[in-house]
Design a protein around this ligand. Structure first.
Ligand code: HAS
Length: 549
């Protein structure tokens, strides 16, 4: 048994690999559903047994948006903890396995319900769409399982601090803790909606549901959900990439501050998904739009920090001029190339987010295919490519094999295919969205719209993009199987960057969790208390509500 701090121990590796297996299985199934729904939507194919667009779209969204991401992230976070704080304590590992079992059981239940067409409610499961109660119970198990795993991560961090009194925790471990804190606080919203509203309603124990409240609780969770996807990618950009390019982490304090800002500002902003929702007054929407602009700041800080890392590493290698560093980057190394393409694409993707968040512009793009284009660039490209880039070294690291130069080349090809497929798909989604094409709507329901004829070429481009992306997923799975079973045995590095010498010492306040959790709760209460009371007090007739005073 290896107890080294530079390798993830074999017993911990099993836990991490189990998560990654489920993640990639979900990726495969979700990709099949994705390809089919693009083809069904564009009218290219009609499926047997009445399998329709909405059922496929639900499977696609749940499997990729909720299952692939959550399992991959948990596997990566456990690996990061084990790599930087040492072999996990037995109790922590048990929590990890218990969490994994619950999450997997929940996933299986949820997927069965979707396949039976008893949960065709899309990944946001907006009321009044109603699914079988077992769909909601499955989702609850997925979330509760992830909480248990989160407690494991907190415990491991706490134990490390106890044995390393007065020392600053490793940057990756700190980031893992913030990511799980964000997840825990935000999932309270969706848990409340599911337990108090959806399960009683779907079992028929109550006749009605307060729709506005359920959507608000969903988006209280839904926006931090996107940062739960993003932060593990940022862990790779901040800490792993500097090591791969032969540079240093630009600033430990800046990285920690960015993560803390995400914790503070990513939750009280859910209303920016509801800007067109009647029933929420403009003043509260305005406040949450302002807070949304605050949450852009840590991403701008990240961009700044990454440019600094690239430039400093380039200059160390003799780069001259303003952009000389560009040529010094290891473009032929897929461990760098895949996340880097993700970063580059995050520039227009983030600009799209800023457009969405701007109240007036939101009126133009809301519920059009533009928004679908936006999240295919953010989560399905910047985040997904970074996760693929991580798996190219993490999987062999965990299975005791190595990334060969042939697999490296295939990985580069996979990344290019992904970027090209997404260019077609997301590009046409953005464009046709500006022409007003609605999202989440089967073609048959709007093909008599006066503009629908003009949207057809874009739908074809989406289908072409979707097909290229599907081929890219098959290639990814091929590389994965090779890395798990066939690549030469050896020790692949888990790259962890060191902090630059010139960097200032990190202030201790960053690890004062009471302060950050306190401010987070304060901001949430400020942004949500009065609007939520309003939603309950002014619930429409027949919808459950009550007077508080
Ligand atoms: Fe978003 C809708 C606003 C980021 C995901 N978003 C969605 C939905 C999803 C999603 C899934 O305000 C749809 C949900 C649904 O089903 O309805 N989003 C934002 C804003 C940001 C943002 C302000 N979104 C994300 C990220 C996501 C994601 C990240 C997933 C991971 N989004 C919205 C709004 C809506 C929305 C509205 C609702 C729309 C509606 O009406 O329904 C910001 O966080 C973006 C900030 C990002 C930046 C970019 C920084 C760039 C970096 C890269 C640097 C590159 C380098 C490389 C260094 C400011 C860090 C350079 C190298 C060279 C060689 C040059």
């Amino acid at each position: 048994m290896n107890n080294s701090m530079t390798l993830v121990d074999r017993v911990d590796a099993k836990l991490c690999m189990s998560h990654i297996w489920v993640a990639l299985t979900a990726l495969f199934l979700g990709a099949i559903a994705g390809l089919l729904q693009t083809l069904v939507r564009s009218g290219t194919v009609t499926l047997p047994a009445g399998i329709g667009y909405y059922q496929l779209l639900t499977a696609h969204g749940v499997l990729l948006g909720l299952v692939f991401t959550t399992f991959f992230i948990m596997g990566f976070l456990f690996a990061a903890m084990s790599r930087t704080t040492g072999i996990m304590n037995n109790a922590v590992r048990k929590l990890g396995w218990l969490g994994f079992i619950l999450m997997t059981a929940g996933t299986v239940l949820t997927v069965i319900m979707i396949l039976l067409n008893k949960a065709t409610v899309l990944y946001t499961f907006y009321a009044p769409l109603q699914a079988s109660p077992w769909f909601y119970i499955g989702l609850t198990l997925l979330v509760v399982g992830s909480w248990i795993s989160g407690f494991g991560i907190f415990r491991q961090h706490y134990l490390w601090k106890k044995t390393n009194k007065g020392k600053l925790s490793p940057l990756l471990a700190f980031m893992a803790v913030v990511t799980m804190l964000l997840w825990l606080i935000s999932t309270l919203g969706v848990a409340a909606a599911v337990l108090v509203q959806f399960i009683p309603w779907s079992f028929g124990w109550v006749d009605t549901i307060n729709i506005l409240l359920s959507r608000t609780l969903f988006w209280y969770f839904g926006h931090p959900l996107v940062y739960f996807w993003l932060l593990p990618a940022y862990m790779c950009w901040y800490v792993v990439i500097p090591k791969i390019i032969g540079g240093k982490v630009f600033s430990d304090s800046l990285a920690r501050l960015a993560f803390i800002l995400f914790l503070l500002f990513s939750i009280p902003v859910g209303f920016h998904h509801q800007l067109l929702e009647p029933g929420i007054s403009t003043g509260w929407k305005f406040l949450q739009v302002v807070l949304t602009f605050m949450v852009i700041i840590p991403s701008l800080m990240t961009a700044f920090s990454l440019f600094a890392t690239f430039e400093l590493a380039g200059r160390e290698k003799g780069a001259k001029g303003l952009f000389g560093w560009f040529k010094k980057l290891p473009w032929k190394d897929v461990r760098f190339f895949a996340p880097m393409v993700g970063m580059l694409i995050f520039i227009p993707a983030g600009a799209g987010g800023i457009i969405n968040a701007s109240n007036q512009l939101n009126q133009v793009v809301h519920n059009t295919l533009w928004v679908t284009g936006h999240f295919h660039l953010t989560v399905a490209t910047s985040v997904a490519l970074t996760f693929f880039g991580i798996s190219y070294w993490l999987v062999p690291h965990l299975t005791g094999r190595t990334l060969t130069s042939k697999l490296n080349k295939l990985g580069i090809m996979q990344t290019i295919l992904w970027a090209v497929g997404m260019f077609f798909m997301s590009g046409s989604m953005h464009t046709v969205g500006l022409f007003g094409a609605p999202r989440r709507t089967a073609y048959t329901t709007y093909n008599d719209h006066p503009d629908a004829l003009g949207w057809i070429p874009y739908q074809t481009a989406m289908a072409i993009g979707g097909t290229i992306l599907f081929i890219a997923i098959l290639l990814l799975l091929y590389i994965f199987i090779r890395l798990v079973f066939f690549a030469p045995k050896g020790a692949e590095e888990f790259p962890v960057g060191e902090v630059a010498d010139a960097s200032e010492a990190t202030p201790k306040i960053f690890e004062n969790w009471k302060v950050w959790i306190g401010i987070t709760v304060g901001l949430i209460l400020m942004a949500y208390t009065i609007p939520v009371i309003d939603m309950i007090q002014h619930a429409p007739p027949g919808s459950p509500g009550f007077k508080l005073w």
